[in-house]
Design a protein around this ligand. Structure first.
Ligand SMILES: Cc1ncc(COP(=O)(O)O)c(C=O)c1O
Length: 390
């Protein structure tokens, strides 16, 4: 493993290990998730936005951004996972379980989760859609706007706790056991794998949609940069895309430097997931997670070409460039956890050492996922219209 470092980026690189990928994240699984989501009343495919002027200015072949801010009206991609998991759970409870309902049914089980915001909103929305209730616990420092959005999406309660993210997950697990609620958590650990695996399968919809557009255009990606909290989204999307495009696709995860649990685990070199403890500070709330997701960690460990740990400045730069694009490029509303991969790409493509290390050149086509819109609208406006906005 090699380390390359600048003042804003730490980058680990390895030759990816040629291990077999699970069919749980393959074409059939993605097809099932996509068919389920397409049947929902709120479904509309999200756009794949080309940033051609920016690609030219960075001497790259193309940049393609999957804009998840419009997903189900939830301002983030996360509803894909919660809805697919809740559907599969309720499907087992009766003939109408797991289908959209017009009223809350007391006969259905209730759900519980921990979240920085987006996953909880997705769970609250999906529970209400299928006629059930959700209870949501948030880590210390969570934005009030995000808590309110969860209540508006249908949660029975949404509480900002005094715990870090891992602590909030443990609380949700205890509450599930105490009240007989079902834990729908977007990360997994020993003995809690089935529901998280369904959540990851739900995320495959966005990867399958993006691949279909890239294939129709004849622009297969050479690189995909994926932001990661616990790495559930990154692991699922990486596994699908490496099966779809083959092992030459370079996958790089990007995490906040204070909460870089995948990076730290990779660096440890023992093949095991490691926890970053304490109360990490980062504006990337959705990525502020201390422990890798158990079911996707082996995928990322073996399939990644690189893992980066980066400063908050990079996501601010990405947010501003999305909001104020070059030339004829279309603006994208991208929040703190959505824009970091663009900030990373701009910094890496402009730095000769990082550019070479990542194999970026004029023929590279990079796929990015803007995973959220302005989920904290006040912070968003401060950053994109702030003093150093272009
Ligand atoms: C907007 C956004 N992007 C990315 C992620 C990262 O997903 P994961 O925790 O699966 O790595 C999250 C997680 O909450 C998120 O809210």
């Amino acid at each position: 493993m090699r380390m390359t470092e600048t003042d804003k980026i730490r980058l680990l690189l390895q030759k990816s290990v040629p291990t077999a990928l699970s069919s749980s994240w393959g074409e059939a699984a993605a097809g099932a998730a996509l068919a389920f989501h397409r049947a929902l009343p709120a479904y509309a495919e999200t756009a794949l936005v080309p940033l051609s002027a920016l690609a030219r200015s960075l001497d790259l072949g193309g940049i393609y951004v999957k804009d998840e801010s419009t997903r189900f009206g939830l301002n983030a991609f996360k509803g894909l996972g919660g809805s697919f998991a809740i559907h599969t759970i309720l499907e087992k409870t009766g003939p109408k379980g797991g289908c959209p309902q017009t009223a809350i049914s007391p006969a259905l089980p209730e759900f519980v989760t921990a979240t920085d915001g987006n996953h909880g909103k997705g769970v609250a929305w999906a529970a209400a859609l299928f006629g059930s209730k959700a209870h949501v616990y948030m880590p210390r420092g969570s934005a009030e706007a995000r808590r309110q959005a969860i209540l508006d999406a249908g949660a029975a309660e949404a509480v900002i706790t005094d715990l870090n993210y891992d602590g909030a997950v443990a609380l949700a697990d205890r509450q599930a056991k105490e009240h007989g609620w079902i834990l729908v958590q977007d990360t997994s650990w020993d003995g809690y794998e089935e529901i998280p695996a369904r959540i990851v399968q739900g995320y495959l919809t966005l990867a399958a949609e993006a691949a279909a557009v890239l294939d129709a255009q004849g622009t297969p990606p050479t690189h995909v940069f994926l932001q990661a909290g616990v790495g559930a989204m990154a692991g699922g999307v990486a596994a699908y895309l490496r099966q779809h495009y083959g092992p030459s696709l370079k996958v790089v995860t990007v995490e906040p430097e204070e909460a870089a649990c995948l990076f730290t685990s990779w660096q440890a070199g023992d093949g095991l997931p490691h926890t970053v403890g304490g109360h990490p500070q980062t504006i990337m709330a959705g990525l502020n997670c201390g422990t890798p997701c158990g079911v996707t960690w082996p995928v990322l460990r073996d399939q990644c070409f690189g893992m980066a740990a980066v400063s908050d400045d990079l996501t601010r730069a990405g947010m501003r460039r999305y909001a104020h694009p070059l030339g004829d490029d279309r603006p994208v509303v991208s929040g703190e956890s959505g824009a970091v991969t663009l900030g990373f790409l701009m910094a890496a493509a402009s730095d000769p050492v990082l550019r070479r290390a990542l194999g970026l050149d004029a023929s590279s086509r990079i796929l990015l996922i803007s995973t959220e819109g302005d989920t904290d609208p006040e912070m968003y406006r401060r950053i994109v219209d702030g003093p150093s906005a272009p």
